[in-house]
Design a protein around this ligand. Sequence first.
Ligand code: C5P
Length: 230
Amino acid sequence: LRYPVICIDGPSGAGKGTVTWRLAQALGYQLLDSGALYRIVGLKAFEAGLISADVSQAIDEMAVLALTKSLDIAFVPNNESGCVDIIVNGEAVGEQVRNETVGGYASQVAVFPKVRQALLKLQQDMATRSGLVADGRDMGTVVFPDADVKVFLTASAEARAKRRVMQLVNAGQIADFETILATIKARDDRDENRATAPSKPAKDALLLDSSTLDADMVYEQIKKHCQEKG
Ligand code: C5P
């Protein structure tokens, strides 16, 4: 038995997270936040001293692989929030992975083919239990190449940086547009130009640019596309 899979790929800040969550809620599907997996590995690798903020420093791929394999990662549906909690070594992973610093660590470990391979089955298994909306970079190209619906949601780096500034300002934090823009561009560059599973649209993906769209418009367009795909 194969359950329906909807893939939403694209760079960070394009609005994937919001639309993925809304689709999963509306359809009663599970949600796979694949970026969280790379964030967890990135954070653990940083804590273990295997990577640093200095991206020019060489990284021991086999050590990151061993660490990845040592992690006991489980997705547990949370009926209260309607989301899927990620449990690592028995502990729920929360907001500590949701910042740009950890996003940078994630993209450093995400370049390694062996690390990606080690996380593959965990992701694919999610589709053996129920319908799935999967958010990431390579959902439609590598993890679920036979998915029913594929969307590549993008936006200009400037639009994404502006959104991030607004989020931080609304949270009462100080945000510098130029610094954020440079960080976004550096992460895009690493994700798009790596040799294995680079961030790019699948051949059969709907391309959607959200630079001038709000979250409702993005949701409506993707919902319509899902309906057209049956
Ligand atoms: O989507 P998110 O910003 O949480 O992803 C963090 C990082 O994890 C990305 O910048 C990318 O390097 C990596 N990633 C990936 N493949 C995925 C999801 C995320 O390489 N499917």
